[in-house]
Ligand binder design. Sequence first.
Ligand SMILES: [Zn+2]
Length: 217
Amino acid sequence: MNLKRLIRLSHQLISFILPQSCFLCGDNSINCLCSACLAELPYQNLFKNIAVNNTQVIDIQAIFPYIFPIDKLIIAAKFHQNLAVLNLLGYLMAEHLRIENRPDVLIPVPLHSKRLRQRGYNQSLELAKRIAKKTGIPLAYKICKRVKETLPQTSLSAHQRQSNIVDAFQVLELKKSWRHVVLIDDVVTTGATVTELAKLFLNLGVPRVDVWCCASH
Ligand SMILES: [Zn+2]
């Protein structure tokens, strides 16, 4: 077991044993957010679509706008090993996503293996697990991978994001029965990442690709 993993496990153990406080307001709470903070989150499903090419469009649904305190929660879940917050976000997605057309499969946006080793988990996979569990929609997380070690999209302009992510993914396996694929991501801002991945599935003949994410602009 490496040191990072050991530190993460001990953090989890400590937060399990000691009384918890709300991550946002600091009040006593057995959950990572107290009921008041949970009730005050900016619940607002956002829908938008992005044209992938001349004929194909992907629909994007987010359960929150990417504003405070959602940005703070996502940063904690993604970069600060706060798995309790990550679990909560997955639970909220499972509860609040509006599923009108049930997809055949959920596919979390993969991390590059190096980033996965550093972080210890893929936040999109953890979100997808909660949604799969609640909805019963199958989850496939080994069928595509990130082959290019890209710069963090957050550090780049919209134009740079586009070129940074080109050829970043590879689809390893595709079931012929998949007619509708949903990609799961934590945040969609310019949409460059999910568009690049969606393009691969569309080009391989999947008729419909949509995106469900926790937050978006
Ligand atoms: Zn609170």
